[in-house]
Design a protein around this ligand. Structure first.
Ligand code: KG4
Ligand code: ZN
Length: 343
């Protein structure tokens, strides 16, 4: 493998992850341990459980990450001191979950006397696009859609970001999760709703497209969620059988219509000729297809992260850290986790 070797740790929500990138930008190891089964029964991520599960998993995940990299590189063993730097997601996210990764990464960097790099989780989701498409270059517009974020970002250069607009209330992924919960479908809602939507009619129910004509790049999703819940209640009160596939497809279409319209606005506003997606909701097949159609029509190049890189992972964090390593932009060992931070 080409030097340097940069290891990344990610524990901002409910995945404990570790990855190693080499100097050519290749991920030589990318390990993710999901805790989702422990949270599903509660209908969402329970912060206290997330922290404790990270503590249980992190040493094993890091060991496995080093073993996978050693095998891939073709050396008998890779030790911490063979690395060039240790990086970690320090914000934003569940602070009690972040703290586990930050403390672990700092400890490893300190013990092995390596540079320590803090990475913004949202920047990681942007860099996830580089995993399969290393040649994407700013200026570009990226839509970040996850369980915690819904925003359009103008990437003027790597490391230079302008948030063009974001949600006033719920995030897109949160809306999928809440609608799924209201329909009694389980957690996380995104993958369940998107599967169900395949069999439904997206035009069956006319759910509201909030902020579609607001003339700016802000979003609002709590009204849509409430509209779906009200629809379900009314149908039940009237004794009518609800076609869940139609509800799923119509809800999803309402989300997609607004996402596409605002993304188009952002592209026109910035003049960017590249568009990409990031975050867990970027795994939604109907959304990916709709962006394909829009970008084709506008003559804009579309990059989509691989499905496995949409949800939280450490590979995307390692790619950011590699850039920071090259710039020698290191963090002190007094760095702390932060719940909220801008790009
Ligand atoms: O990025 P992520 O793993 O965690 C956060 O940083 O939030 O995103 C998780 C979110 C969840 O809300 C989940 O329901 C949603 O991404 N999601 C999807 C799909 N797969 C995951 N939403 C819509 N369609 C999907 N196929
Ligand atoms: Zn995320």
């Amino acid at each position: 493998a080409a030097a340097p070797l940069v290891l990344a740790i990610e524990t901002s929500c409910d995945e404990t992850a570790a990855a190693i990138v080499d100097g050519s930008g290749q991920l030589v190891s990318d390990v993710v341990a999901s805790q989702i089964d422990f949270h599903a029964r509660f209908g969402g991520v329970v912060p206290e459980i997330a922290s404790r599960k990270h503590i249980e998993a992190i040493c094993g995940v890091a060991d496995e990450c080093l073993d996978v990299a050693a095998a891939r590189i073709g050396v008998p063993r890779l030790r911490w001191r063979d690395l060039s730097a240790v990086s970690v997601t320090y914000a934003p996210g569940l602070v009690g979950a972040l703290v586990v990764g930050v403390a672990f990464a700092k400890g490893a960097a300190w013990a092995a006397d390596l540079p320590f790099i803090g990475v913004n989780h949202l920047e990681g989701h942007i860099y996830a696009n580089k995993i399969a498409t290393p040649d994407i270059e700013p200026p570009l517009v990226v839509s970040l859609v996850s369980g915690g974020h819904t925003m359009l970002v103008h990437v003027k250069a790597w490391g230079d970001y302008e948030t063009l607009g974001s949600t006033l209330d719920d995030a897109v992924g949160e809306a999928f999760d809440k609608v799924a919960k209201a329909m009694g479908l389980g957690y996380p809602g995104g993958p369940i709703i998107s599967k169900l939507a395949v069999e439904g009619d997206p035009g069956a129910i006319d759910f509201p497209r909030a902020m579609l004509h607001s003339g700016d790049l802000r979003f609002s999703l709590s009204g849509l969620k409430t509209a779906v819940i009200t629809y379900l209640r009314n149908e039940e009160a009237a004794g009518r059988e609800v076609n869940k596939a139609d509800v799923a497809a119509s809800f999803q279409q309402a989300v997609i219509d607004v996402q596409i319209a605002k993304a188009e606005m952002a592209l026109k506003l910035t003049g960017a000729k590249e568009f990409c997606l990031g975050g867990g909701v970027a795994a939604n097949p109907a959304l990916r297809a709709a962006y394909g159609v829009m970008c084709e029509r506008l003559g804009v190049r579309l990059t989509l992260p691989p499905m496995s890189a949409c949800t939280d992972n450490a590979g995307m964090i390692a790619l950011v850290a590699l850039d920071r390593y090259r710039e020698q932009k290191f963090f002190g060992l007094d760095a702390d986790a932060q719940a909220h931070v801008n790009l």
